[in-house]
Design a protein around this ligand. Structure first.
Ligand SMILES: Nc1ncnc2c1ncn2[C@@H]1O[C@H](COP(=O)(O)OP(=O)(O)OP(=O)(O)O)[C@@H](O)[C@H]1O
Length: 701
């Protein structure tokens, strides 16, 4: 099929008039033959099997039967009428029923001619019936391209209403193949095709629309999935190579006094092997002369902060300043308190900068940053403001990247002659190749081990009707000296409503846990920062027993004595958020609990989320379920531009294939970086097209 054929507008197909063309364009974005060919079925119905009427059982799903219409009548109903056909084969009779389109059907249906019918059967008052069957004269059926697996295309309500059915889409695709043949330009090299036993592109494209058997379909899907993942990886690795070659960074080749003093004298615990390993990776990375761009992944509570701190000490040992940006003020303050305390015995100046730092303080701070007397700056996004100038910023650590955009990250780079090394910390554990695919330009380090002595958090799901029991449990835990979080959801669109929920909740908790015996802190987004800090501090110091809060405490808050997390309206939270919240407990040696409170009516997704949370503490597993429920685009908070809109592969389900595709892409670029060997020409051609159009699926034409 030639490139120009593929760009033919769909109006050129028989049966596509201006109306259908407009609908296909607006509903599915299909404008050309190529668009239609790339509109892949999302499932298939097995059409190898023919049933007889006597074989039907009450639970039959979709069935295909050959028989004849022996009788046709219109049956009046309260409003309008239905058309009922008696359909018979050698073994029995059933009914076909239509509620609309009578006139056309009555004029066109042929009595006593053999038909193939297909559809769902119902069983009503002793007789099988099939409403709105797909039907086709047997003679026509035999002329069509024979498919064993009937494709079902993604569609929309508007298309269904306009009668643009599966069969019509399928016939349009068929027309394209009939007009232009099955020869598609190959996009993979002969050696790849043979090494992986992949079928050629044309056969795969044809088979995905018209599979002759489940086995062939699997081969077609495998080939197209591989191709899709392979080209994504090729693009990423290529970009990485360019990126790495271009961006020079400071060479941190000293692990000196500060690092060693901290490590040998002030580190309050032994590092886990995972922490040591990750530090080694970081040290190596910062010593090479290229700028570090690294993602530090570790489940909640895995101890990322200490790794961040020790990385900052390396920067200081090499004569540079370091900064750490946190997503919220509470967290920035907490980091400031924690890190200041750890570095207290050392001669290192740590400062805090947030939106609420007073002007006078700010002036002194700016001065200290400019003359280099402040070594470590912690803060919120306030620290990327233009007025903040460093003497020599060598390292920027960003906590939780998805709250900080790439654009904000690059702002930091402008603060120096050379860009600082960048370490992004995230608690969302995702498979390594997937992380690379999602984060593109970042290398990945993983802390895959929790500090020793942690007890698994016990998680339960309770309905609102069980609240009294939950209160009793809370009271018992407080009596044991523990502290408790009670968290309410926060939906930005309705701040007033959230506030009301929170305040109602606070009142009911306060009634149940009256002062002076019980002390309660409250923290929410509408409070002044100073008040938030005050309330938070009372809880951190153990002066209050219960912290009632919105999700402002979701990330990073570290109060090891807090051992119970009650999450109200848990069904309104996403899985990764629930996992983050739960991660606020289980940070000390005590047994910790997470109680998910919900109403009694739950949708399927909510049920899955509750079940997942109660069955596992493993962030990896949770992230995978989360990705399945929400899709990777959502994971990042924003839809990724183009690159992740996959058509055949699924980043989660096909993770193994993603790894295979990555290693083949790596090897290819290692052996033939410019894709200039003749064997690799098909890849080079497709890759060039992809880069030119900036869209994955445009490489095929
Ligand atoms: N190697 C270790 N041994 C014992 N305790 C540790 C170790 N590393 C960290 N900790 C402690 O574990 C707790 C969690 O660490 P930290 O706050 O760094 O986790 P985190 O990875 O940042 O988690 P989150 O994503 O939840 O913020 C802290 O109290 C910290 O002091």
């Amino acid at each position: 099929m030639s490139a120009s054929d593929l760009q033919t507008p769909i109006e050129y197909l028989k049966g596509v008039g201006p109306n259908r063309a407009a609908l296909l364009r607006s509903e599915l974005g299909i404008k050309t033959y190529q668009d239609l060919l790339h509109h892949f079925p999302h499932r298939y119905i097995d059409k190898t099997k023919y049933y007889t009427i006597s074989e039907l059982v009450k639970s039959s799903a979709e069935v295909q039967i050959v028989g004849k219409i022996v009788h046709l009548k219109s049956v009046p109903m309260k409003r309008g009428s239905r058309l009922v056909a008696t359909f018979a084969d050698e073994t029995g009779k059933m009914e076909l029923v239509w509620f609309r389109g009578h006139k056309y059907l009555q004029e066109n249906l042929k009595l006593n001619a053999p038909y193939v019918i297909f559809g769902k059967v119902n069983f009503y008052s002793g007789i099988f019936s099939m409403p709105h069957p797909e039907l086709e004269l047997l003679s026509e059926h035999e002329q069509n391209i024979r498919v064993a697996m009937q494709p079902v295309y993604p569609s929309t309500e508007k298309l269904a209403k306009a009668n643009i059915t599966n069969r019509i889409i399928s016939k349009l695709v068929q027309q394209i193949f009939m007009q232009s043949g099955k020869n598609f330009a190959e996009t993979l090299s002969p050696s790849l095709l043979s090494q992986l036993a992949l079928i050629d592109r044309g056969t795969a494209m044809f088979t995905i629309h018209f599979p002759e058997s489940p086995q062939l379909l699997a081969k077609a899907q495998y080939r197209l999935k591989f191709e899709e993942l392979f080209f994504i990886q090729l693009q990423l690795i290529h970009k990485n190579l360019l990126h790495k070659a271009k961006i020079k960074g400071f060479v941190f080749n000293t692990v000196g006094e500060q690092f060693n003093e901290f490590y040998s004298k002030h580190l309050p615990f032994d590092l886990t092997n995972a922490q040591k390993h990750v530090l080694k990776e970081i040290r190596h990375n910062m010593g090479t002369g290229a700028q570090m761009n690294r993602l530090l992944q570790g489940d909640v509570g895995s101890g990322k902060t200490i790794v961040a701190l020790m990385t900052m000490l390396i920067a200081i040992d090499n004569g540079y300043q370091a900064c750490l940006m946190a997503p919220t003020e509470i967290l920035a303050i907490q980091h400031y308190q924690g890190i200041s305390e750890l570095l207290e015995p050392m001669d290192i100046k740590v400062a805090l900068l947030t939106g609420s730092t007073k002007t006078a303080e700010r002036r002194i701070l700016h001065e200290g940053l400019r003359d280099g007397s402040v070594h470590i700056l912690l803060g919120t996004h306030a620290l990327i403001e233009d007025t903040v100038q460093f003497k020599n910023l060598g390292l920027a650590i960003i906590d939780e990247q998805h709250r900080f955009g790439v654009a904000q990250r690059s702002k930091l780079w402008k603060k120096n002659s050379l860009p600082p090394h960048v370490l992004v910390m995230t608690a969302t554990p995702i498979p390594r190749t997937l992380a690379m695919t999602l984060y593109g330009d970042l290398d990945v380090s993983v802390i895959d081990e929790l500090p020793p002595g942690r007890k698994a958090i016990k998680t339960v799901h309770r309905y609102d009707s069980n609240r009294l029991k939950v209160f009793k449990f809370m009271r018992d835990e407080i009596q044991k000296g523990r502290q408790i979080y009670v968290v309410y959801p926060l939906i930005q669109e309705s701040a007033t409503l959230d506030y009301k929920d929170l305040m109602d909740g606070y009142e009911s908790v306060a009634r149940e846990f009256p002062a002076p015996e019980f002390q309660i802190s409250i923290v929410h987004g509408q409070m002044k920062p100073a008040d938030k800090e005050y309330e938070m501090n009372r809880f951190v110091k153990g002066e209050t027993h219960i912290m009632v809060a919105t999700t402002v405490i979701e990330v990073g808050v570290n109060v090891p004595n807090a051992s119970v997390m009650v999450i109200e309206s848990a069904e309104r939270f996403g899985l990764s958020q629930l996992h983050q919240l739960r991660g606020r407990v289980g940070r000390g040696a005590d047994q910790s609990y997470c109680i998910l409170m919900t109403g009694s009516k739950l949708g399927n997704d909510s049920k899955t989320r509750m079940q997942t949370m109660t069955s596992t503490n493993d962030g990896f597993e949770i992230a995978e379920v989360d990705l399945k429920l929400r899709g990777p685009g959502d994971l990042m908070g924003t839809q990724q531009s183009g690159i992740l809109q996959l058509k055949v592969a699924d980043l989660i389900r096909d993770n193994d294939l993603l790894n295979i595709a990555r290693s083949y892409a790596q090897e290819l670029l290692k052996k033939d970086p410019n894709l200039s060997q003749s064997d690799n020409l098909p890849i080079a051609r497709a890759f060039a097209k992809m880069m030119k159009h900036k869209s994955l699926w445009n490489y095929i034409s």
